[in-house]
Design a protein around this ligand. Structure first.
Ligand code: ADP
Ligand code: 5GP
Length: 230
């Protein structure tokens, strides 16, 4: 079965890239959309692998030519998913994963209503701050102001969790990794009914527990820690 569009969003530092990288090694037939961005490459990032790095002028030209399925401004830079990513994945008979922010996810879900959306949350603001600091240190700079800005943005983004089909609380990494690949497996099985093996049944149960409507008990302490109502 091919052609499922998966969207994954998370506040910066929640562990989304870590989870997505692991998913790449666990799941076949899933392409990863390489977005366009006007931000500069970070660390070991390479053109065409993490992003297509582009100028404001080129990005603007692509917007004018309607080349984006969605685009948004995030932390002062522009990011966009090209329509061609989706067309290429379809042509290759692959599912496609979009790693995009909350604004982009809303645009895509309006255009592709059967897209499967996944929201990754950090367990608490303190843990998020620690992860942001650790990553920043590993990349050679700790900027307190940037971290404070990202924490405030995280709270705003988490407020949108109801827009997503699945919620992953990335507390214990191995558990979140298993849940993410279970969600992909489960959605494939739902679209391609066949005899379900005992292992697939276990994964479907795991994925069902992450559906937003079933994740209330896990969500409540996270929302409380961010000072949000449930
Ligand atoms: P994002 O892509 O959401 O911005 P990253 O994947 O870069 O986040 O993760 C941010 C930092 O947190 C990285 O240093 C990563 O190694 C670490 N990290 C991710 N998930 C976990 C986890 N479950 N437990 C502890 N550290 C984690
Ligand atoms: P970063 O600069 O840390 O790689 O990404 C910052 C944010 O931009 C993340 O939330 C990421 O999901 C989001 N992002 C990356 N690519 C796109 C895109 O093509 N469209 C949108 N809307 N957001 C994106």
């Amino acid at each position: 079965m091919a052609g499922i569009l998966f969207i994954i969003s998370a506040p910066s530092g929640s562990g989304k890239s870590t989870l997505v990288n692991q998913l790449r090694s666990l799941v076949d037939n899933l392409e990863f959309s390489v977005s366009y961005t006007t931000r500069a490459p970070r660390g070991s990032e390479e053109e065409g692998r993490e992003y297509h790095f582009t100028t404001h002028e080129e990005f603007e030209r692509m917007v004018q030519n309607d080349e984006f399925l969605e685009h948004a401004e995030v932390f002062g830079n522009y990011y966009g998913t090209s329509r061609r990513s989706l067309a290429d994945a379809k042509a290759h008979g692959k599912d496609l994963l979009l790693d995009i922010d909350v604004q982009g996810a809303l645009q895509v879900r309006q255009r592709v209503p059967d897209a499967v959306s996944i929201f990754v949350m950090p367990p608490t603001p303190d843990i998020l701050a620690t992860r942001l600091r650790n990553r920043s240190r590993a990349e050679g700079g700790v900027e307190g102001e940037v971290i404070q800005r990202r924490l405030a943005k995280a709270k705003q983004e988490i407020e949108n969790y109801r827009e997503y089909s699945y919620i992953l609380v990335n507390d214990i990494l191995a558990q979140a990794e298993e849940e993410l690949s279970a969600i992909v497996t489960c959605e494939r099985i739902l679209r391609d009914e066949h005899h379900v093996t005992a292992e697939e049944d276990r994964l479907m149960t795991l994925a069902k527990g992450c559906r937003q409507e079933n994740a209330e008990n896990r969500l409540r302490p996270v929302l409380a820690a961010f000072g949000l109502p449930d």
